[in-house]
Design a binder for this molecule. Sequence first.
Ligand code: GYE
Length: 309
Amino acid sequence: MKLVKWLGGAAVGASLLMIGTSAFAVTIGFSQVGDEGDWRPAFSKDMQEEAKKEGIDLKFADAQGKEEEQLKAVRSFIAQKVDAIIIAPVVTTGWDQVLAEAKRAGIPVFLADRDVDVKDKSLFVTRISADFNLEGRLAGAWLAQASVGNCNIVEEQGTVGSAPAIERKKGFEAVISNFPNMKIVKSQSGDFTTEGGKKVMEAFIKATDNLKDVCASFAHNDNMQLGAIQAMKEAGLKPGKDVFMVSVDYVPAMKDALAAGDANASVELRSAIGKYIYPVITEWLKDKKELPKWVVIPSDLHTAAAPAR
Ligand code: GYE
């Protein structure tokens, strides 16, 4: 079986990594955030399918959005003596201790998607993910152009304390701060869910006299924006026409909303991370060569003009 080449590294037979008498080349524990929105289940599915293709025994643990569950899962992976651990961390804080436990047990940790905030960067090997700050900047730049630098914005934030909520906000604000007439007038977390986005938009509609003087909705993910679209339609407003709608993920339902003219732009977040991360891990287990701390997956902006699926 061939492994995908990574950064020019030679392809190796997975059989070289055979340990003990296990039928699998490697055993990896994966602690996933949960199944919020449309993007996350697509990412989980990809990780499971790619693991199968690569002959990896993947122990998958769904934390249902709770960091305590993730800490438990990681400790159980350590007890099971897996070869490597992948974490998509719910929030950035609270990781120092459990990562130190993994290190002491000699089990390498790889981050997928979201980031952690730890002082000692040697606690994880590398992180493979998109640049959330860039996603925020792309959304902000698109809106600056679309509104010619004049825009009152309502913002639906992702999960409080999560890397994408922190970085998408920072990136977006960095761009709009160049335009004196662009500002965020309301901002609230919708926890990356459709229902959360709908509730938040309902509150914004009430608080702003039906979005009077509001020019755009910036949502940290598509699902919240899809919820916001529902809330606006129920209030008799025309999302994508009365108000610019820009968000992140580019999930299939957002492609439909773009094609229908209910939304204007979405920054694509690729969910196919398995094909990047597994070769990195299997190569690392073989040669332990130091890796850059971040392997960046590209992001692209799509607008309403993009063809439907
Ligand atoms: O945008 C969102 C998901 O962590 C970057 O999490 C990811 C975000 C993604 O729930 O839809």
